[in-house]
Design a protein around this ligand. Structure first.
Ligand code: ACO
Length: 333
């Protein structure tokens, strides 16, 4: 049987930075409020002509180069995004595959909001373990600034743009393999986080109403409570199922939505500060890109080493959630 190994990581953040100070000139808010309630200090914002696929391509180039495989060996591309280049079609994954000249690979997007990266990791693992694919490029990429209402202080302070990518490859060596991935959803909470416009469920009959409804809307406080509960439960379940103690985790990489959520989950799981990866202060919430961007951060600062165990934990619109036990298994030269 083939196993799936997490070979490499790459990420990209646009150059332009939007600070809390900048936001305080746009809506009724302050740096102090945003820092205290969210931990976010700044977020990166794409240029007007910079698309989700452009950012995905930059992240993917790094992941491919670091994986040691030739791009001709990639046989599938999956992109997790809620801010695709085009709603409906074509998929952002096909655009990325084309921009990277990957040939006629299988390519598609999935929509699971902030849980997107854990979902695509589970899909890559399943395709590899079934023997159908050998090297899968997975990408979480978001231009959330394109679907953010910059007159709504409840959401515009939270979100940023960016992308992260990874190569997942087949291996015979079980020690290198992704250990387990759990994913789930509960549509009864669908209205906590949504972009009401654009689909067949759209009920607006004026263009003004409709264009406003293109943006993300969130019941922040209710979402917060469900997030802490779900993220903690998720981790307890995956650790129990696999008889792994939280002390065996080198890097706990939660979705970067809010520092208070991350701290509450870390404390509930009795993780120490060195185990918990935090990047929310510099990128804000980048939805499907947040976990791979955080993995890239510890890779680039030298704290992620071969063989170390990562625990990914995500939560997002849908509602969706997911967790994954992933050893970092770069190809050893
Ligand atoms: N600046 C100043 N005041 C503000 C701001 C702001 N930017 N935003 C809200 N307020 C005010 C509110 O109006 C309210 O005022 P009131 O008491 O006079 O009514 C007060 O601050 C408290 O508002 P709450 O919404 O209760 O604030 P809370 O502490 O919950 O923080 C936040 C809001 C940061 C949005 C938080 O609820 C949160 O992080 N929620 C979870 C987000 C999340 O995890 N989302 C899931 C992933 S995202 C995805 O899937 C795309």
């Amino acid at each position: 049987m083939a196993y799936a190994a997490f070979r490499s990581i790459g990420a990209y953040a646009p150059r332009k930075i939007l600070t809390n100070e900048d936001l305080s000139k746009m809506v009724d808010t302050t740096d102090e409020w945003i820092t205290k309630r969210t931990g976010i200090k700044e977020r990166h914002i794409a240029e007007k002509n910079e698309t989700t696929s452009d950012m995905g391509v930059e992240a993917a180039k790094k992941a491919i180069e670091r994986s040691g495989i030739d791009k001709s060996e990639i046989d599938m591309v999956i992109c997790a995004t809620i801010s695709p280049d085009y709603f409906c079609m074509p998929s952002t994954a096909t655009i990325i595959a084309n921009k990277l000249s990957l040939g006629h690979v299988t390519a598609f997007d999935i929509s699971a909001a902030c849980t997107g990266f854990v979902y695509i990791l589970s899909i890559a693992k399943a395709f590899i373990e079934s023997g159908m694919k050998k090297n899968v490029l997975i990408i979480g990429a978001e231009k959330l600034s394109a679907i953010t209402d910059y007159t709504d202080r409840g959401t515009c302070i939270l979100f940023g743009d960016g992308a992260g990518a990874a190569i997942i490859s087949a291996t015979d060596n079980r020690d290198e393999a992704i250990i387990d991935i759990h994913t789930g959803s509960d549509g009864t909470y669908a209205d906590l986080l949504m972009t009401p416009n654009g689909g067949s469920g759209s009920i607006h009959d004026s263009i003004d109403q409709e264009s406003k409804a293109c943006f993300m809307q969130m019941k922040g406080n209710e979402t917060f409570k469900v997030a802490v509960r779900t993220l903690t439960k998720d981790v307890v379940e995956i650790l129990d199922t696999n008889s792994i103690e939280s002390s065996q985790i080198t890097h706990f990489i939660p979705h970067q939505a809010n520092l208070r959520i991350i701290k509450a989950v870390g404390e509930a799981l009795k993780l120490n500060d060195n185990q918990v990866v935090i990047t929310v202060e510099k990128y804000g919430n980048t939805s499907g890109a947040s976990i791979p961007m955080a993995i890239n951060e510890i890779y680039e600062n030298g704290s992620l080493k071969a063989g170390e165990l990562m625990l990914l934990d995500a939560f997002g619109g849908g509602l969706t959630w997911g967790s994954a036990l992933v050893p970092f298994s770069p190809t050893l030269k």
